[in-house]
Design a protein around this ligand. Structure first.
Ligand code: UDP
Ligand code: MG
Length: 325
């Protein structure tokens, strides 16, 4: 069915400083493979010159550089999904637009795919991130390993490869809070990991602010497991039991030692109360994270809207789903 060998999918959000170099390097690497390819750049509602740059390259290399313009910013993973919907390659490789994943490493990701792997992850050889990012991503990787049972060492690195069947399976998933590397692993039979170089972000800063980062972590957590919900009820039950026993104790002490003792114990009671209230709010917050996501999915709004696709040679109208639920 598929005539192309490789589709590169690259989400782009305000990356004007990196785009020209990125596309040039990707073209060079892909041409070196000697197979058919397409480079799909998904413009995730950038406010800078990214769209103009993508347009320029798409017109200069029709059929090889394709721009998918979303009408606004939907987030990295939604953008990658939009790229997947457009991709026609037998193998699909994703990478970031910020040149932290050197395009020269693409052949190393491609190799295991050609050998029959479904999903290829990558491990950053010399991580160039801040200490905070390193520690938090190690914690996340451990949690994902526990929850999905798939052993991959590095989920943060978006230089990854997927077989066509896995991409199609992912496109069937309509949930909004997707975390693509984890989603892919839930369909994969054979997986592999390769070591790749990882560079520092050269131009400007990360496109993730603290809120996007927090949201991403919750996406990751809620998309892979409902275990925290169960933990919540266990924790709630445990604390309620302790509170019950404690109130019995207090009552006993009050009867035994009289009112004077109870008055002096007021502060202790408050302290205990605050602990319980804190835990309850925490639990409710976690519950809310799930419910919020359920609400999103129940509304079933499209995950993104494509405004325009540039650089394709064939008739665009029938093949492209412009809306993905
Ligand atoms: N990105 C995107 N939409 C967003 C945020 C980021 O398409 O809302 C893209 C961004 O252009 C880059 C990739 O996702 O290609 C990863 O972003 P970034 O490098 O800022 O993330 P970090 O390296 O800090 O994890
Ligand atoms: Mg980056």
């Amino acid at each position: 069915m598929s005539t192309l060998h490789l589709s590169l999918v690259i989400p782009v959000f305000n990356e004007e400083a990196n785009l020209p170099e990125l596309i040039e390097r990707c073209l060079k690497v892909c041409e070196g493979l000697g197979r058919s390819f397409e480079i799909i750049l998904v413009n995730d509602g950038s406010h800078d010159a990214s769209e103009a740059i993508i347009n320029r390259f798409a017109h200069a290399h029709p059929g090889r550089v394709i721009g998918v313009m979303l009408n606004r910013n939907y987030g990295q993973h939604a953008a990658v999904m939009a790229g997947f919907a457009q991709a026609r390659g037998e193998f699909v490789v994703t990478l970031d637009a910020d040149l932290q994943n050197p395009p020269e490493e693409i052949p190393r990701v491609l190799e295991p795919l050609e050998d029959g792997c479904d999903v290829v992850g990558s491990v950053r050889k010399n991580r160039q991130d801040t200490f905070f990012r390193r520690v938090s991503s190690r914690l996340i990787n451990k949690a994902v390993q526990k929850a999905t049972g798939v052993m991959m060492r590095d989920y943060g690195c978006m230089l990854r490869g997927y077989r066509r069947s896995i991409v199609e399976a992912m496109l069937q998933c309509h949930e909004h809070s997707t975390f693509i590397p984890v989603l892919a692993n839930s369909f994969a039979n054979r997986t592999a990991e390769v070591e790749v170089a990882h560079a520092e972000r050269e131009n400007d800063t990360s496109k993730y602010d603290i809120w996007k980062l927090i949201n991403l972590q919750f996406d990751l957590l809620t998309s892979m497991t409902t275990f925290p919900l169960r933990l919540l009820s266990l924790l709630g039950g445990g604390i309620a039991l302790v509170g019950f026993l404690f109130s019995f104790l207090l009552l006993g002490m009050r009867l035994f030692y009289g009112a004077a003792w109870a008055a002096e114990g007021v502060l202790t009671v408050f302290a205990v109360l605050f602990i319980f209230i804190g835990v309850q709010l925490l639990a409710m917050g976690l519950l809310g994270e799930y419910i919020g996501r359920i609400y999103e999915d129940v509304r079933a709004r499209p995950r993104y809207f494509v405004r325009e696709v540039v650089g394709i040679e064939r008739d665009p109208s029938p093949a492209i789903p412009s809306v993905n639920q």
